[in-house]
Design a protein around this ligand. Structure first.
Ligand code: FAD
Ligand code: PYC
Length: 416
């Protein structure tokens, strides 16, 4: 690994960045692989890394139709937390949060994971009652969570409107202090570099267009760069899961919607927690650059349009400025959207499928960034062993036929 000094930084700046070593190879596509991963987002790259590192499977290609991290991995608001409700979910997301806590060392990359804590605000008595139950359930599962009184919330978030005449009275809330935010591009790049170092081929600008399926089993993948022979495929394509699965003849119980986010102009540090209100539908944090990072619920109709509609932008900003009136004079700098894939119980699907050798990781909806390390770990295990990792057994595709749903709608945050 090349060491960087202040001198090398200066030299590279003054020479038009021509001498930076490449972080991963521009790999040549081979005609056959042991495993092909479709989708070069966090989940695909983490799966490839784990296949190579934990299972010794290095003859792996990650096929990405655009550029790595250009999907939802590079579009999200980077919140990680493990404060879900049901034990199945908490076990999975707690594993992921622990992997985030170790990620810098594991991947030798600074992903800037900053555990600022995440606060859910209760805006009425009933919501506070539910939060008490939710927070206690998390504590009973051994995960950190603390109830907060309105006074404690005022101390944690000094710019919150706690005045007597507010439209939304704060009844309390709860905090997971280990929750936090990280640098999403860095997570994609860290996994890409680590996977590449172990021999994985990362192929960008390569779209999967179909499959070769014989006797119910995968034999190959058709792509915009030609056909590839393989008998194992992992699908990690987020908002396009239904489209790609349909190419293998699989009809997924998924709907796809646009989720948007936005950032303000930068200001000096004034908010050092992530604050979320499921009831009015917004969340807010301040980035290291000083921008307010703002989001809300998914747009309320299915769509592959990746920009987001104005009424949703308006209602999210209305809620934010009501609760944080001091932000109302700030300028909005950017707004964008990403397509999220949502299962009926708002839980993920990490699973084998009726097509032998075709494995899927989908249904991450508005919350799959926090799941990248554990998603990669468990999908790699499932592919390598042709059996589900114990942590994802509850999240298999057949739960919809068996009626064993893990209904995390309420804990999926603001968004879905
Ligand atoms: P992606 O990063 O989308 O990667 C999938 C890749 O597949 C894409 O790069 C795409 O180009 C590629 N692809 C698609 N079709 C093909 C094909 N046919 N051939 C080849 N490649 C293909 N989650 C959180 O936990 N916390 C948050 O704060 C959070 N905020 C969010 C905010 C927004 C605005 C959005 C949109 C999402 C947010 N999420 C959040 C959700 C999170 O971003 C996603 O769940 C997660 O990034 C999914 O990762 P992925 O690797 O599965 O998908
Ligand atoms: O899942 O925590 C989450 C989240 C926050 C913002 C969008 N999703």
């Amino acid at each position: 690994m090349e060491k960087y000094s202040a001198f090398s930084l200066l030299k590279n700046t003054l020479t038009g960045h021509k001498h930076w070593p490449k972080s991963w190879r521009n790999a040549e596509l081979k005609s056959a692989y042991d495993v092909v991963i479709i989708g070069g987002g966090g989940h695909g790259l983490a799966t490839a890394y784990n296949l190579a590192k934990n299972h010794g499977i290095t003859n792996v290609a990650v096929l990405e139709k655009g550029w790595i991290g250009g999907g939802n991995t590079g579009r999200n608001t980077a919140v990680s937390r493990s404060n879900y409700f049901y034990p199945e979910s908490t076990r999975f997301y707690e594993h992921s949060l622990k992997l985030y806590e170790q990620m810098n060392d594991e991947l030798n990359y600074n992903v800037m994971f900053s555990q600022v804590g995440i606060i859910n605000l209760a805006l009425d008595r009933h919501e506070m009652d539910i939060f008490r139950r939710w927070s206690t359930s998390i504590q009973l599962q051994g995960v950190d969570s603390e109830l907060l009184t309105p006074e404690q919330i005022a101390e944690e978030v000094s710019i919150l409107n706690m005045g007597a005449k507010t439209r939304y009275k704060i009844h309390g809330g709860f905090i997971q202090r280990r929750g936090g935010v990280s640098r999403h591009d860095a997570v994609a790049w860290a996994y890409a570099r680590a996977a590449d170092n172990l021999g994985v081929d990362i192929i960008q600008n390569c779209e999967v267009t179909g499959f070769d399926i014989v006797d119910g089993g995968i034999r190959g993948v058709k792509t915009s760069l030609g056909e590839i022979r393989t008998d194992k495929v992992g699908m990690t394509v987020a908002g396009h899961s239904s489209v790609v699965a349909a190419m293998a003849g699989i009809d997924l119980p998924i709907i796809s919607m646009c989720l948007q986010a936005m950032v303000s102009e930068p200001v000096k540090p004034c908010l050092n927690r992530i604050v979320m209100s499921p009831k009015v539908g917004f969340y807010l944090s301040q980035s290291d650059r000083g921008e307010m990072v703002i989001g809300g619920g998914a747009d309320s109709y299915t769509s592959y349009g990746q920009r987001g509609n104005l009424p949703t932008t308006e209602s999210v900003l209305g809620a934010v400025t009501e609760l944080f009136p001091t932000l109302s004079r700030m300028k909005l700098m950017r707004q964008w959207g990403g397509i999220v894939d949502i299962a009926p119980d708002a839980s993920p699907i990490v699973s084998k499928t009726p097509v032998t050798g075709f494995y899927i990781s989908t249904g991450w909806g508005t919350g799959g960034y926090k799941a990248i390390p554990a998603g990669g770990d468990t999908l790699a295990y499932t592919i390598a062993n042709d059996k589900p990792h114990p942590l994802v057994e509850p999240f298999s595709l057949d739960r919809f036929a068996k009626g064993r749903l893990v209904d995390e709608g309420a804990a999926a945050g603001v968004a879905h």
